[in-house]
Ligand binder design. Structure first.
Ligand SMILES: [Zn+2]
Ligand SMILES: [Zn+2]
Length: 243
């Protein structure tokens, strides 16, 4: 296969960038951590294999620019850059429209004249202003992989914990519908990373400890501590996974 490196992005390439941008924006809106570099790498392994890291970065900044013109919020890490042909800009806007993202009435009228310095200032002020939100949220067609789990494993782990969180040792914060102190089950080595659905990889945690595993600054250290605290758990090694 020969790679044709052309200055002009194809629609497929452009759409891949727009899709990646929107999924990162959604994560940012939901306060979920994401890494621009990881997403960039994924893109370069896939649809954007003919594009350089800096070209992708610039495209993302172009998308920010179009979003700002539409009065929409953008990813903070991508400062709008307008050095994009009117054609590409129009195409990005059309793709956004197709995905249910339209101009917010009365918003963003002056965005095209905004310099980068002003833009940065504006974004700090934006943090204080109440967000517009979306009146009729559209849903996207992203593929969600659902893993089949063994209810017996879940039940066993919860019975075994007997209402006490295996992360902090406290009793679940309220009674669940089954009358037991509420705990959640957590796959210590994520299913999405080929973790197993076995009792050696499943912990019963209170909602706080569970969120801590997924979202905390110290999530790695906290996860490590689970392996020490809960003797049943066994670290699963990725190297052992065979297709
Ligand atoms: Zn806990
Ligand atoms: Zn979890």
């Amino acid at each position: 296969m020969t790679k044709k490196i052309s200055a002009r992005w194809t629609d497929v390439e452009l759409e891949a960038a727009v899709d990646a941008y929107l999924s990162m924006r959604e994560m940012e809106n939901n306060g979920r951590p994401f890494k621009k570099t990881e997403m960039g790498l994924k893109l370069r392994e896939g649809a954007l294999s003919a594009r350089s890291k800096s070209a992708i970065e610039l495209r993302m900044q172009n998308i920010s620019s179009v979003l700002v013109e539409l009065g929409q919020n953008r990813i903070k890490g991508y400062v709008p850059a307008k050095n994009v042909g009117a054609n590409v800009s129009k195409k990005i806007q059309e793709m956004l429209n197709d995905k249910g993202i339209f101009k917010v009435p009365g918003e963003g009228a002056t965005a095209s004249n905004t310099s980068i310095g002003q833009e940065l200032e504006a974004s700090t002020a934006d943090n204080l202003a109440a967000p517009l939100g979306i009146k009729h949220p559209k849903h996207s067609n992203s593929t969600v992989i659902t893993f089949f789990r063994d209810d017996k494993v879940r039940e066993w782990v919860l019975m075994h914990a007997n209402g006490t969180c295996e992360g902090c040792g406290k009793v679940g914060p309220f009674l669940g519908v089954d009358g037991r102190p509420f705990l959640e089950v957590h796959h210590v080595h994520p299913l999405a990373m080929a973790g197993s659905d076995r009792i050696e990889n499943v912990a019963a945690l209170c909602p706080n400890c569970h969120r801590r595993c997924h979202l905390a600054a110290d999530k790695k250290a906290f996860t490590e501590s689970l392996y020490v605290r809960v003797k049943r758990l066994k670290e699963e090694c990725l190297d052992l996974v065979v297709d």
